[in-house]
Ligand binder design. Structure first.
Ligand code: IMP
Length: 432
């Protein structure tokens, strides 16, 4: 019966993998519904003997690590097949069974030329570049919208595949050779590259929309896990400094084929501070030793690209915005432990835009670029909170921090993360 969406409420890397993992055995299906291998979930699983294993997943839904759970790559995803099988092989080598994976026949495929176009476009844009991950995500979604994309199902009909690749390359090769002065691609090379995966892929492919519908009809629980986050959503994010997919709760429905009326819960993930990779406005960004502190203490380096993340204080304006756009029912506040040791913790409550106070996201991009944070300063705490498991275990100032950001952010804080391991969470309201 319940379909639950997990959404990043900032600019990504909020720790969604951990929240997914926390729902654990109560979930029957975990669906990735947008993006591709630009995402990066790090999941830490503590074994019975106390040792922990760290998994970095880029394309596979984190539910692949939960026995009994069916991981699904939905129609809204763009799939790099070499990465898909690299991840499958990597997990199988570590003893993880991946045979339950389902891949939508309607998901689009990232072809070699999409990666090439991504890289050369960024170089061409120069100072106006987006700072993409270079994985070909944007160009593949552009092909989808232009109706010249290649879908998973095309791999099972060579004639169709060839004719679609021919169509796409007619345009791409002109762009690559005439505008960017690069070598073009041959139809044969692209078709051959894609076809090498067809036999291995076939057992995973199905009508995932129907599969999920039937699961919901049977009363099973479906978790829709967003890649990227609200402020990177192509419609609702800080355009053009966004990814090319729909990373919000609306996208969870479009990208999976689940009807909006099925969604019963929307879990927003927010970090106790803010990070961003790539270019674009970021009002609470810190360029001083505090930013360095957050980067080091929170180990803020990209899972996918290794890039150092830009760091800043908690921004309640964007949290409120994310609560509204997604209809967040519960927030999971991650990495509270990273703030331990600060004398006081600033929280951005509103923006000053050229002398005018804004309590909500400014409507114009230019205003958002000019937004200066208006801070409230909350008292910090020095106690180690990594062992806290109930709200009462937290020191008074940490409790007050959680309560205040809850008041400012537009939905209840149901879980607080106090360390990277699965059990390092304070559960205030159980998620399911
Ligand atoms: P693309 O998704 O590679 O096209 O990159 C577009 C923007 O989204 C860039 O600023 C990326 O850094 C950002 N981005 C993409 N994936 C992630 C993610 O998983 N976390 C944070 N930022 C991301």
């Amino acid at each position: 019966m319940p379909a639950i969406a997990i959404i990043g409420a900032q600019w990504g890397d909020e720790g969604k993998g951990k929240a997914t993992d926390l729902l654990g055995s109560s979930v029957d299906y975990v669906v990735k519904f947008n993006g591709g291998n630009n995402a990066g979930h790090t999941v830490v699983i503590t074994q019975d003997d106390g040792t922990s294993e760290k998994y970095a997943l880029h394309l596979l839904p984190s539910g692949i690590l939960t026995p009994g759970c069916t991981p699904v790559i939905g129609n809204g995803v763009v799939v790099d097949l070499s990465v898909l099988f690299e991840e499958i092989d990597g997990l199988e080598k570590r003893g993880i069974d991946t045979s339950a994976l389902k891949v939508s026949a309607s998901a689009h495929v990232i072809a070699d030329y999409n990666r090439q176009v991504d890289k050369v476009t960024e170089r061409f844009l120069g100072s106006r570049r987006i700072g993409t991950t270079g994985r070909g995500i944007g160009p593949t979604y552009a092909d989808k919208m232009n109706r010249i994309g290649i879908r998973i199902q095309d791999l099972f009909d060579e004639k169709i595949l060839r004719s679609k690749v021919e169509g796409a390359l007619e345009l791409k090769n002109q762009i690559l050779t005439k505008i960017y002065n690069r070598r073009g691609f041959t139809v044969d090379a692209i078709v051959e590259d894609l076809l090498q995966y067809a036999d291995r892929l076939a057992p995973y492919v199905c009508d995932t929309g129907l599969l999920l519908h039937e699961a919901l009809e049977r009363g099973e629980t479906v978790l829709l896990e967003a890649g990227q986050a609200t402020l990177l959503d192509v419609d609702h994010g800080t355009y053009p400094f966004v990814t090319s997919s729909s990373a919000t709760a609306g996208g969870a429905c479009t990208g999976s084929g689940i009807a909006p009326s099925r969604l019963t819960q929307v879990i927003g993930i927010v970090k106790a501070y803010t990070t961003r990779v790539g270019e674009g406005p970021f009002p609470t960004e810190l360029h001083d030793e505090n930013g360095e502190f957050l980067r080091k203490a929170g180990w803020e380096f990209g899972t996918t690209t290794g890039r150092p993340r830009r760091c800043g204080w908690y921004d309640a304006v964007i949290a409120r915005y994310a609560a509204r756009v997604n209809g967040v029912t519960d927030f999971v506040l991650t990495k509270l432990d990273v703030l331990t040791g600060l004398e006081q913790v600033p929280v951005c409550v509103a923006y000053d835009v050229d002398g005018v106070r804004h309590d909500e996201m400014p409507v114009n991009q230019t205003d958002f670029h000019h937004a200066a944070p208006i801070f409230e300063y909350l008292p910090g705490w020095a106690e180690d909170i990594s062992q806290a498991r109930t709200f009462e275990d937290l020191p008074a100032n940490a409790q007050a921090y959680v309560k205040r950001v809850e008041e400012l952010s537009g939905a209840r804080m149901s879980v607080v993360g106090v360390g990277p391991a699965r059990d390092q969470s304070v559960v205030i309201h159980p998620l399911v």
